[in-house]
Ligand binder design. Structure first.
Ligand code: UDP
Length: 239
C-alpha cells in the first residue's frame, strides 16, 4: 500500500470551489469529485477534517457593501457554511464514509456543536469531520478557521484546495503570462509580498504554530490523494 505523507490533514474547500463553473450554488459534479477523493484519502488511513467556506452563497463583504452591519453580514456567511457542510456530508456519506458536521454556532437539529476533544475523538474513530460555522466569530474568515482548527486538532498540514489555479504565483497568471510559480515559499514572503493565497490572519496563525500549507488544484484528477501521498501535482508549499 502507498504510504501517505500526512497522518492528519485539514482540507480547506472554498465556497467558490463548490460552485464549479456556475459561479453560484453547489455543483453536484464538484461535490462528487471531492467526496470520491476524501474516501480514497480515508482508505489510506489519513484523518481528514474539512473546513468549508461560503463564497458560493454569501460573503460578509457583500453585505457590508450593501450597507449592512459587518457582524450581521458575517453571521450570514457563517450560516451559509453550514449549508455547504451539509451538502458535503450528504455526498461523502453516499460513498460510505462516516462523517460528522461540527458547527461553531450551536444548531442542535442539524449539527453537533464544535468541541475540540469531540472532534479529535471522531477523527480517531475514522470519521471525516466537517467544520461548519467558521470560527463562530465575525471579522474572521474560513481560511482563519482552517488555521485555527488545524492547530487545535494537531493536523500536520492544511491542504488549500484551489480551483482555477494550481499554486502560488508572483503575480496573477490570468493577467500576466510571465507570472512565475513558487514551488516553496515562506509565510513571511507571502505576507510581505501581499500574495492572495489566504488572508494575513490565517497565514500568521499558521506561521506562529508551524503548520505548513499546500496550495494545489483541487479538481485535478486525484489531486487530493496525490498531494496526501506527496506526489508532484505542481503544488506550492508554504512553510
Ligand atoms: N465568516 C466569519 N467568521 C468566520 C468565518 C467566516 O464571519 O470565522 C463569514 C465571513 O463573512 C465570510 C463568510 O463567512 O465572508 C464566508 O466565508 P469565506 O469568505 O471565508 O468563504 P470562502 O472564501 O472560503 O468561500
Amino acid at each position: 500500500m502507498r504510504s501517505p505523507m500526512f497522518r492528519r490533514v485539514v482540507l480547506k474547500i472554498s465556497g467558490e470551489a463548490l460552485a464549479g463553473t456556475k459561479g453560484y450554488g453547489i455543483d453536484p459534479g464538484v461535490l462528487d469529485t471531492l467526496a470520491r477523493q476524501v474516501k480514497s484519502a480515508r482508505e489510506l488511513g489519513v484523518d481528514v477534517a474539512i473546513v468549508v467556506g461560503a463564497g458560493n452563497i454569501w460573503r460578509g463583504r457583500v453585505g457590508q457593501e450593501m450597507g449592512m452591519d459587518r457582524a450581521t453580514a458575517d453571521y450570514m456567511g457563517m450560516l451559509a457554511t453550514v449549508i455547504n457542510a451539509l451538502a458535503l456530508q450528504d455526498v461523502i456519506e453516499k460513498y460510505g464514509v462516516d462523517t460528522r458536521v461540527l458547527s461553531a454556532i450551536e444548531m442542535r437539529q442539524v449539527a453537533e456543536l464544535f468541541i475540540r476533544r469531540r472532534a479529535i475523538r471522531h477523527l480517531e474513530k475514522g470519521r471525516v469531520v466537517i467544520f461548519a460555522g467558521g470560527t463562530g466569530n465575525p471579522y474572521f474568515s474560513t481560511d482563519t478557521t482552517a488555521a485555527l482548527r488545524a492547530a487545535e486538532i494537531e493536523a500536520e498540514v492544511i491542504l488549500m484546495g484551489k480551483t482555477g489555479t494550481d499554486g502560488v504565483y508572483d503575480s496573477d497568471p490570468r493577467k500576466n503570462p510571465d507570472a512565475r510559480k513558487y514551488r516553496e515559499i515562506t509565510y513571511l514572503e507571502v505576507l510581505n509580498q501581499g500574495l492572495q493565497v489566504m488572508d494575513s490572519t490565517a497565514i500568521s496563525l499558521c506561521m506562529d504554530n508551524g503548520i505548513p500549507i499546500v496550495v494545489f488544484d483541487m479538481l485535478g484528477p486525484d489531486n487530493i490523494v496525490r498531494v496526501v501521498l506527496g506526489e508532484d501535482v505542481g503544488q506550492t508549499y508554504i512553510r
